[in-house]
Write a protein that binds this ligand. Sequence first.
Ligand SMILES: *Cc1c(COP(=O)(O)O)cnc(C)c1O
Length: 462
Amino acid sequence: MEEKSMVRQLPSVDEILRWPETASLIASYSRGVVVNAARRVLDRLREEILSGCREEVSSSEIIARLRQEVRPRLRRVINATGVVLHTNLGRALLSRRAQEAVKTAVAHYTNLEFNLATGKRGERYSLVEELLCLLSGAEAAMVVNNNAAAVLLALNTLAAGREVIVSRGQLVEIGGSFRIPDVMRQSGAILVEVGTTNKTHRRDYREAITERTALILHVHMSNYRIIGFTSEVPVPELVALAREYNLPVMSDLGSGSLIDFSRFGLPYEPTVQETVKAGVDVVTFSGDKLLGGPQAGIIVGRREYVERMKRNPLNRALRIDKMTLAALEATLRDYLEEEEALQNIPTLKMLLCPPEELRERAEKLAQMLEGLEGITVQVIEGFSQVGGGAMPTAQLPTWLVAVTVASLGESALLKALRSRVDPPVIARAEKGMVVLDPRTFSEEEIPLLVEAFRQVLAEGWA
Ligand SMILES: *Cc1c(COP(=O)(O)O)cnc(C)c1O
């Protein structure tokens, strides 16, 4: 009975819409969004009341819930994990020029598929093909939705109904259920595994070649390493072997970098240029891993193969949109001058940020956090990760801001930071403390981090 009268006392949607706080929400979002959100908030409160788990409902609580409910679901977060290419947090951030290019491409009509010289229909890839060829040394190039799509398209075009030889040591699974054997099946190609998990020899490949063979596939071990008693056939040797039988070689590089990171003390990763130079016929890689561009699957290689892929009807389903194209072109243009790429592309800047600079940023945040009540802060040494399945063994030395809050355990603090503040802060726990890695947050985000902790401490919830 009492619950029923509580339900009756709930305001109506119309009443909520008349509250002054609601007006500002309508101005920021839209009436439809707010009305819809108000209904959901009221429904949920009604359920909570009737199930007996509510004593009272205040209007300020209704407004707070409404605020949460109207927020767009895709939200900015602060990445304090130190994982640069965090797949769950959207991988690479775009350079300023790439952001501008996207803005232009979406606010105006563009020559996406229009040849301005001839006035006839153009090809969307032509806008980046020249750049990709210049940077990689390949004859031809095209771009699809992501690298998984690139691998699928290449296998389907070059090997549907025929056999593809892969070393057992390279049958990788990338996060999000991209598995080479599954992609192979989807493409219609038939997988022929050779060698063993730890060792594959040239003769293993040779013995597997038959008249049904369409392709030799090399997959870069992007997110794992096999160490100890191991051997794989180096790419140039695979190419030499394939030439003997007139077969193409494809390499799925995964990350695919245009810069040799070993020059900067990071682990060696084969570059796209080297792979093309070694004679590989088709090379595929991601746009948003080490390249630091938008999500995309880039294919470079011999013209005859790339042209066949462009004509494959499957390509229509995998093609990139104009925002991606705009961002990719702007990103690639920076690579024309390596120094520009290193200065402008956030992924590269984060990966190569000098430890002194990280320490300075950590100290600055620590100093500001120390001003808060109920918090213990220290700056400690630690490691960041590349992420995105790239350079899995790389340990990038960094300085971490380690925080403990007396009233909260580390998992409660992590939860509060990601669910109770705006923008949410994603951090990690280490040695019983919450640690924040300045490699992946910027100087400009420091005040937001401080505000996040201030809010968590003020709420005092456990
Ligand atoms: C990451 C990766 C992929 C998938 O690339 P997406 O761009 O995420 O689709 C495929 N192959 C390898 C070896 C990878 O590392």
